[in-house]
Design a protein around this ligand. Structure first.
Ligand code: 3H9
Length: 704
């Protein structure tokens, strides 16, 4: 293949092999479809070619359209000859040879081929919905014709990646071929089918379309109503598949294209594309060379078998790691193991895990009675009580027994990493790895760099998070680190608004309508209100100017600790987790506000939303200014995966940009006048506003 050529054609005996080579994932960038058309023309014109194979160079078949091109200028006019139309009309069979990923436009290309072979590790799918669009190259019309409308709808509306074996069962893949031998096997397959006629052209295959009943489509619309709130793409996907069952192929494609063009320019799609790239950006650490050799993490251990420690051990077991877990007493260890078992049993009861899989995972978690028993582990995650003397006992012991080079990570959410590092004679091996509760479910994995953490200790932590299915993000060592510190003013402001006349249910409704799965007060009831109470008391002692929250304190002092006591910000019926507004809470609020003498006012939804989120935007700017975050977009990734911020709104900073950096600044400045110091605008925010730099593009002053 000539250098720089995106698509090449070569002959292997009587088979034409078309290779797409557009690293890293063979996206359909400009030039690729044209190259495929030229290669098909070559193969069809050559009398010596009987069939063709379409294959991807490097690590993948084709991962889809080039997402970076979306939203850049007006939609490109359709080429005179689209490669999938050329394939449909090709007199010679074309075989797609799939390894890595065939996603979006990649699978659509494969569906326009006559046959598809794949290696077992390959994955296929139409994940467009996840970036706020729908398949736009015939996928919504071809897939229902190939596998039936029901299965097609499931794949297109969920956007999930389907492993080769399942894809074969569904009828997407014709043959699975051995790993490593794809090219030769695809050529052999092409030879085998070269003379078969008629060619299987999916567009002509209308046999199963009648399975697309009105009930199927209505049922799907209903089933997604909750999770697809405020979104249009999932509904556009349904509309396009429904059209496949009602309209001739070309008309269906025209409707799909119209919906695609509408969606691709939508706010929803822009935010989701931003989130996609922000999630890739967060993996990059400009201050640590990419090729830094990583330490081994094959052999992990967890110290502390409480709720967090147990969840962390489950995270390892869920991703195939054998993990040791220990605690100070046998009793605590037994309790921890029982909790882990109970959690898995709940998943089995719910049907999300098989008994066999549960047994396998449980067998990977090895309780051991002493830190001496984990001495040979590569990595330890400490998840013990958040008290410095407790940490001191553990880190001193770890320092004494762990093998040289072992990684000593702490799951602390509130203690300075440097304090723990300095408890050892190897502070370079210590860093934070902060999980979010429940640790086995929440995706955020906040890596905290201490002042002495070695670069490879940080790079290895980032990689470790990804190995256990998490989204790793880097934070500087500041009180609350990056995620919780940026969230803290939100938590304060929501209670202050109660003092001014709002109610928990009113604030929760605004945030649910905005897109959060659960409102912030109801979340508090799930986590337990006593933790915040203790923290506030500690802080009030530490900082003389600390803003106390009397209403939140009184709720706890009334014995309302959240769901675990049957009442918190809400009341709960026995055995039911539905929050019910409680007049007793309204009374506490009213009385406290009167005692505090706070003037009452009616809140608009807009004010509630902005008071909560702008408070955090301002704090995020302070964090960036202090060099405790690399990029604003990292903060967005953390909010998406740590706090359930609606993905289709991009993230905290992206969302604030939709209001405008200048307006955000002006509003904060005016609240500063009205409410005082806690709203003092960050100078970093002011600089951005003056320069007109979008918040999402801001880089932190991270020390290089
Ligand atoms: C579509 O196809 C529309 C059609 O229906 C109709 C068109 C008319 N474009 O994720 P990674 C980059 S919509 C541009 O770290 P992995 C990515 O940014 C598309 N760039 O690797 C990163 O760059 P960098 C439907 C892309 O192995 C690098 O490749 N398809 C694209 O963990 C490596 O990516 C999708 O939605 C792209 N399509 O995961 C699939 N894909 O190194 C989107 C990747 O500079 N892609 N890049 O940061 C993925 O889901 C994952 O990348 C994939 C590989 C699973 C393929």
């Amino acid at each position: 293949m000539a250098e720089g050529e995106l698509v090449s054609f070569e002959k292997v005996e009587d088979i034409g092999v078309i290779t797409v080579d557009n690293p890293p994932v063979n996206a359909m960038s400009p030039g690729v479809p044209e190259g495929i058309v030229a290669a098909l023309d070559k193969g069809n014109a050559d009398l010596a070619v009987k069939a063709m194979v379409l294959i991807g160079a490097g690590r993948s078949f084709i991962a889809g359209a080039d997402i970076r091109q979306f939203g850049k200028g007006p939609p490109r006019p359709a080429p005179a000859r689209r490669h999938y139309d050329v394939m449909d009309q090709s007199p010679k069979p074309v075989v797609a040879a799939i390894h890595g990923y065939a996603l979006g436009g990649g699978l659509e290309t494969a569906l326009a081929c006559h046959y598809r072979v794949a290696v077992p590790s390959a994955k296929v799918g139409l994940p467009e919905v996840l970036i706020g669009i729908l398949p736009g190259a015939g996928g919504t019309q071809r897939l229902p014709r190939l596998i039936g409308p029901k299965a097609a709808l499931d794949l297109i509306v969920s956007g999930r990646h389907v492993p080769a074996e399942e894809a074969q069962k569904l009828g997407i893949i014709d043959e699975i071929v051995p790993e490593g031998g794809l090219r030769d096997a695809a050529i052999a397959f092409a030879k085998k089918i070269a003379d078969r006629r008629p060619l299987p052209v999916i567009r002509n295959n209308n046999g199963r379309l009648a399975e697309g009943t009105p009930e199927l489509f209505e049922g799907t619309r209903k089933s997604i109503a909750r999770r697809a709130r405020n979104q249009r793409a999932p509904y556009a996907c349904i509309e396009a598949v429904e059209a496949a069952t009602k309209l001739p192929f070309d008309e269906g494609c025209a409707l799909e294209r119209k919906l695609f063009d509408e969606q691709v320019a939508s706010e929803e799609a822009k935010a989701l594309r931003y989130a996609f790239f922000a999630e890739r950006e967060v993996t990059k650490l400009p201050h640590i060379p990419r090729d830094t050799p990583l330490r081994s993490t094959d052999n992990p251990a967890v110290v502390g078998a409480g709720t967090m420690g147990g969840g962390i051990a489950m995270s390892f077991a869920d991703y195939g790691f054998d993990v040791k877990i220990t605690d100070a007493t046998q009793e605590a260890l037994d309790r921890g193991m029982a909790r882990i078992r109970a959690n898995y049993e709940t998943s089995v009861k719910r049907g999300s895990l098989s008994q066999e899989e549960m047994d396998k995972r449980l067998a990977r978690i090895h309780p051991v009675t002493s830190i001496d028993d984990i001495a040979d582990c590569d990595v330890v995650i400490e998840a013990a009580f958040e008290q410095i003397p407790v940490k001191e006992v553990i880190f001193t012991k770890l320092d004494a027994v762990m093998k040289p080079g072992a990684l000593l990570y702490s799951n602390t959410s509130g203690i300075d990493i440097d304090i723990m590092a300095d408890m050892t004679k190897r502070p370079q091996d210590v860093a934070g790895t902060h999980f979010f509760a429940p640790a086995n479910v929440m995706k955020l994995f906040e890596v905290v760099q201490g002042s002495k953490s070695a670069p490879d200790v940080i790079a290895t932590a980032m990689a470790l998070g990804r190995k256990i299915g998490k989204v790793s993000g880097l934070a500087g060592n500041t009180d609350g680190f990056l995620a919780n510190r940026s969230r803290a003013p939100f938590s304060t402001e929501m209670v202050i608004m109660l003092e001014e006349g709002a109610l928990p249910e009113q604030i929760d409704k605004v945030m649910i309508d905005f897109g959060y799965p659960v409102g912030p007060f109801a979340v508090g009831d799930i986590s337990g209100l006593d933790i915040g109470y203790d923290t506030r008391k500690r802080r009030a002692e530490q900082y003389p100017n600390y803003r106390t929250l009397p209403i939140a304190d009184r709720v706890v002092e009334a014995g309302r600790l959240g769901q675990k006591t049957g009442k918190g910000w809400y009341r709960y019926e026995k055995g039911d987790r539905t929050p019910h507004p409680d007049p007793e809470v309204a009374e506490i609020i009213k009385k406290s506000a009167a005692e505090m003498g706070v003037p009452q006012h009616e809140f608009t939804n807009d004010e509630i939303l902005k008071r909560l989120l702008f408070a955090s935007v301002n704090e995020a700017c302070k964090i960036l200014d202090e060099g405790k975050a690399l990029r604003a977009s990292d903060i967005d990734v953390m909010w998406l995966h740590g706090f359930g911020f609606p993905r289709y709104r991009g993230g905290l900073m992206y969302w604030a940009d939709t209001i405008g950096v200048r307006e955000v600044y002006n509003q904060i400045a005016s609240w500063h006048q009205r409410y005082g110091e806690r709203w003092a605008p960050s100078p970093f925010l002011r600089k951005l506003a003056d320069a007109g730099t979008p918040l999402r593009e801001a880089k932190g002053n991270w020390p290089s």
